[in-house]
Design a binder for this molecule. Structure first.
Ligand code: FES
Length: 206
């Protein structure tokens, strides 16, 4: 697999690696695509809402370690509002690109950072947990990367329909029979959605 020099540098000597003692918030996420995990720890100034310190621990691949390293660099010294704008594409760009099949590693790292920020905001009354709706299903589907292209399945219009009624999520996808990633994508949709307590059943039609 072809990695950029920057990915290799961050993988070999990751920045901000480890655990913070007494963090204000921490979050851990696992990737349904590969089973890997990443944890992010934050120290936040309660007045300025600036991220004063940030560390991560990765139980993932080289791309996951490199994206953990780059996003913690990008987030350090930023306000929560600024840090929320860090995207998985931005992280991949900051690493001079990632192979298409490794884009989900960047999604995992950025998603964990966003989860930690949200936890902090909810804990401090800065925002509220959203009530579950179709919108959250679509947001979750945007975290699924079609490995052949390195883009998410919503942007690629692989997802044709999303429905949510009586606890049943119905997802229609359009992937040709001969596509080698067809089964993977369907599996991932189920794994991403099944961990929501609000969803009793996931129906994927292809
Ligand atoms: Fe699992 Fe990269 S995070 S393959």
């Amino acid at each position: 697999m072809q990695y950029s020099q920057k990915v290799l540098d961050h993988f070999m000597k990751p920045h901000n690696i480890g655990k913070l003692e007494n963090p204000d918030v921490e979050a851990t996420e696992g990737s349904p695509a590969c089973g890997d995990q990443i944890s992010i720890f934050l120290k936040i100034n309660p007045d300025s809402l600036i991220i004063e310190d940030i560390k991560f621990q990765s139980y993932g691949c080289a791309s996951n370690i490199a994206t953990g390293s780059i996003i913690t660099d990008l987030a350090k010294g930023k306000t929560l509002e600024e840090a929320k704008k860090i995207s998985w594409k931005g992280a991949a760009d900051a690493l001079d690109g990632l192979p298409a099949v490794k884009m989900h590693c960047s999604v995992l790292a950025v998603d964990t950072l966003k989860k930690a920020i949200k936890e902090y905001e909810v804990k401090h009354g800065l925002s509220q947990r959203e009530t579950f709706s179709k919108k959250q299903i679509v947001e979750e589907l945007k975290k699924i990367i079609y490995p052949g292209v390195g883009e998410d399945i919503v942007t690629l219009k692989v997802v044709k329909y999303v429905g949510f009624e009586d606890g049943i999520a119905t997802i229609d996808v359009d992937i040709p029979k001969f596509d080698k990633y067809r089964e993977n994508v369907v599996e991932e949709i189920k794994e991403h959605l099944e961990h929501y307590n609000e969803i009793k059943e996931v129906k994927v039609t292809i």
